[in-house]
Design a protein around this ligand. Structure first.
Ligand SMILES: [Zn+2]
Length: 208
């Protein structure tokens, strides 16, 4: 059985429509991760913080969560790994001079270009809009494009001059695999500091 005209629709004709829509949504979703707080879903505004998994948040949203973890929240699982203020780092971001926020088009409608980044890389000027990889340094909180960190090899921060090591570089909004790796790293670090604290306590007790 075919269509009335006697043609049988090819597979790519059938799947073309919905596939395209999905792709647009996916792009918008990816771009939104750079514009909205991962917890409150409100627009990102300074002070902006990041966690060990490279997610972006408004600092006040995370503080509010830490003050009352039991309150009902739609995105509570996103911050389940944040146990205290030490698990977040305030970011030192560089404003994008091109950013105009909400703009008004010819018809008078307010719209926002989701692909225009609020911030840029201070070294190479790339926009932080989801199209380029960005990282932050856990030591000082400064944010750079991955390209800058790769092209200009350095052990002191390009922006503030603080020393850092490769281990201090956290990719922002990384892939699923990258987030998994960051999670492992975070757990490793926690286990280490636990042992350290335990040893300290033991030494203290021996001393007594
Ligand atoms: Zn820095």
């Amino acid at each position: 059985m075919g269509c009335d005209g006697g043609t049988i629709p090819k597979r790519h004709e059938l799947v073309k429509g919905p596939k395209k829509v999905e792709k647009v949504d996916k792009n918008a979703e990816l771009a939104a991760r750079w514009k909205y707080c991962a917890l409150s879903q409100e627009k990102l505004r300074r002070p902006i913080v990041a966690c060990g998994l490279g997610r972006l948040y408004n600092k006040d949203a995370v503080i509010e969560y830490l003050l009352d973890k039991s309150a009902e929240r739609p995105n509570a699982e996103v911050v389940a790994h944040i146990r205290g203020i030490k698990d977040i780092k305030e970011l030192n971001l560089t404003d994008n001079p091109e950013w105009e926020g909400d703009t008004t088009n010819a018809k008078g409608d307010r719209y926002e270009d989701i692909h225009c980044g609020m911030f840029i890389c201070p070294v190479v000027g790339l926009e932080m809009n989801g199209k380029h990889r960005f990282c932050y340094l856990q030591t000082c909180g400064c944010v750079f494009s991955d390209r800058a960190l790769k092209e200009v090899k350095t052990e002191i921060c390009h922006k503030c001059g603080d020393p850092f090591q490769d281990d201090d570089i956290i990719v922002l909004n990384g892939t699923k695999e990258e987030v998994e790796r960051l999670r492992e790293k975070m757990e490793e670090k926690r286990a280490k500091s636990k042992t350290k604290r335990w040893k300290k306590l033991r030494d203290h007790c021996n001393f007594l």
